[in-house]
Design a protein around this ligand. Structure first.
Ligand SMILES: Cc1cc2nc3c(=O)[nH]c(=O)nc-3n(C[C@H](O)[C@H](O)[C@H](O)COP(=O)(O)OP(=O)(O)OC[C@H]3O[C@@H](n4cnc5c(N)ncnc54)[C@H](O)[C@@H]3O)c2cc1C
Length: 283
């Protein structure tokens, strides 16, 4: 296995095109454990962290650009970003430990393709987009369209994520991400719930509800969103949100959580995340 450290997107693109079986990485917090547990080594391991564009965050004219390889610790310590997108920040902030977060990236969290990736549900709730570079140039797609199943991506051979784009939310919008893990630290979510709401007075005018870890990919829950929109997040609406989230959950059964438990927790977390998002929207 060879190691390459390109300094431009074009150089990385050429390395990928010229070396079949090569693979990009950012923090390698998924890649290295996977190779150590027997996954085949790539022909060339391409380090994305030397490319400035992938390592920076910018906010310009209401438009955020977040480098795909930037350490998540830099994003969670960005006070301006955390105040606008507390849910995305808390999702990224759940990844591993401080040591992991000094390496881990949003691009790696998404492109590892885990249904339990903590930063993904809140990114989808804020309609984040992924800018993808490949042999034919660049294209932009919703983050929601990148992962197609566990470990499966819609990216073609030779493509990689350069950065994420997110627009500033409308006034009186708040988001939140809550997860459930069997252990309190250093564990993977058995359910994650992200909610984003926009409020007009006491009334919710827009909502997005996204669950993680309860299906092959993160899933939006349109019935929960419909229950929130037009409501004041009263008990009846929240009960509908919980029921819709539980109904949308199609989790696996394993030693970390039974199907029945995960289905119930999905409803509870969706409801709690909705309340927290609304509190933030109205603060
Ligand atoms: C101890 C420990 C605890 C963890 N805890 C959590 C947790 O609580 N929550 C959680 O969600 N995850 C957790 N993880 C998993 C991991 O840390 C995260 O998924 C992390 O965000 C991966 O980022 P990375 O930059 O290290 O990815 P890498 O390991 O560099 O890459 C991961 C995958 O994505 C691909 N990739 C990377 N960047 C790009 C790109 N820009 N474009 C296309 N493909 C790309 C790589 O080829 C690889 O397939 C944990 C890992 C460890 C070791």
């Amino acid at each position: 296995m060879e190691y390459a450290a390109p300094t431009t997107v074009d150089e990385a693109r050429t390395l990928l095109a010229d070396n079949p079986g090569s693979r990009v990485f950012a923090g390698a917090t998924d890649v290295v454990p996977q190779m150590r547990s027997g996954r085949p080594e790539p022909s060339v391991l391409i380090d994305l962290k030397r490319i400035d564009r992938l390592m920076s965050v910018a906010h310009d004219n209401g438009h955020w650009t977040i480098g795909a390889a930037m350490p998540t610790s830099e994003l969670t310590s960005n006070g301006e970003f955390a105040s606008v997108f507390p849910g995305i920040s808390e999702g990224a902030g759940w990844i591993g430990s401080d040591q992991i977060q000094n390496r881990s990236s949003l691009g790696g969290n998404l492109c590892n393709g885990s249904p339990a990736a903590d930063s993904v549900p809140a990114m989808i709730a804020s309609e984040a987009r992924a800018v993808i570079a490949g042999t034919d140039g660049e294209r932009t797609i919703p983050v929601a369209d990148v992962v197609t199943g566990p470990g499966q991506l819609s990216l073609a051979d030779g493509e990689f994520v350069v950065e994420f784009e997110i627009e500033d939310p409308p006034a009186r919008t708040g988001d939140a991400y809550i997860r459930m893990t069997p252990r309190t630290e250093m564990d993977i979510a058995i359910v994650g719930a992200a909610v984003r709401v926009t409020m007009d007075g006491d009334t919710c005018t827009d909502a997005r509800v996204v669950l993680g870890a309860v299906a092959p990919t993160a899933v939006r829950v349109p019935d929960a969103e419909a229950a929130l929109i037009g409501s004041s997040l009263d008990e009846a609406a929240l009960a509908e949100v919980a029921a819709a989230a539980s109904a949308a959950a199609n989790p696996i059964n394993d030693k970390r959580g039974t199907i029945e438990y995960r289905v119930q927790v999905a409803g509870v977390l969706a409801k709690r995340a909705a309340v927290l998002a609304a509190e933030r929207a109205c603060a």
